[in-house]
Design a protein around this ligand. Structure first.
Ligand code: SF4
Length: 216
């Protein structure tokens, strides 16, 4: 039996090596599955997809919707997500069947193509471009928005404006953008929760909200 650790995706800080098509597909499917749920639920779904050995374009294209839904059930909204995966997989197959080739095309055009697919919004499209294809595009998620506002960096809530804010203040580098994203997630989970734990937070001395809270 395949060891469990081989079936679930792993975050390897600083790793930015070459990815196989199989790994690219797993990351893209993970980006779709993670909509409106936590990563633990996505890992379970990916583990089941791996166990069933269906994480291949042709297999995902042919698998019955009901079967796919049962494999990804843990990620929630499984009927919608199954349809999204099917549509995404067809789009890749219609463009030659290589994620690497499709996603390395002109950035704006490729992003528009992703956004034209049902169920792919800006966060999912940008996650796919950044993590599957290492394109320098900043991913904005709910954690990024929450922390940036509390830090006092932005008052914006629009996805595009927030993305522009980060891209105009940081060097255009995909490895830096992905590290930022991972650090926002870690900070949100450990300190900057819905109810923030400002005492001990590593950025409390530069945080507008944190400074106010700790002064009390
Ligand atoms: S100091 Fe508080 S509000 Fe600011 S980032 Fe840290 S946990 Fe969030």
């Amino acid at each position: 039996m395949t060891p469990r650790k081989e079936l679930v995706p792993r975050y390897r800080p600083g790793f930015w090596g070459a990815l196989s098509e199989r790994e690219r597909l797993e990351i893209a499917i993970g980006a779709i599955l993670t909509q409106n749920t936590n990563w633990g639920n996505v890992c379970l779904a990916l583990e089941r997809l791996n166990l069933a050995q269906v994480l291949e374009l042709e297999k995902l294209s042919k698998i019955k919707a009901q079967k796919l839904q049962s494999l990804i059930r843990s990620s929630g909204y499984f009927r919608q997500k199954s349809r999204k995966i099917k549509i995404f997989v067809e789009a890749v197959l219609n463009r030659g069947g290589s994620l690497k080739n499709w996603l390395s095309g002109p950035l704006e055009k490729t992003r528009k193509e992703l956004l034209s697919l049902w169920g792919i919004g800006p966060e999912t499209a940008d996650s796919i471009l950044l993590y599957v294809s290492q394109r320098p595009i900043f991913v904005v998620d709910a954690y990024t928005l929450r922390i940036s506002r509390r830090l006092g960096w932005v008052h914006e809530t629009s996805y595009d404006k927030l993305q522009k804010f980060f891209e105009s203040h940081l060097p255009k580098k995909s490895s830096l953008y992905s590290e930022f994203h991972a650090l926002f997630v870690a900070l949100a989970k450990n300190y900057c929760r819905t109810k923030p734990i400002c005492r001990g937070c590593p950025v409390s001395d530069i945080c507008a909200h944190g400074v106010q809270v700790l002064r009390k």
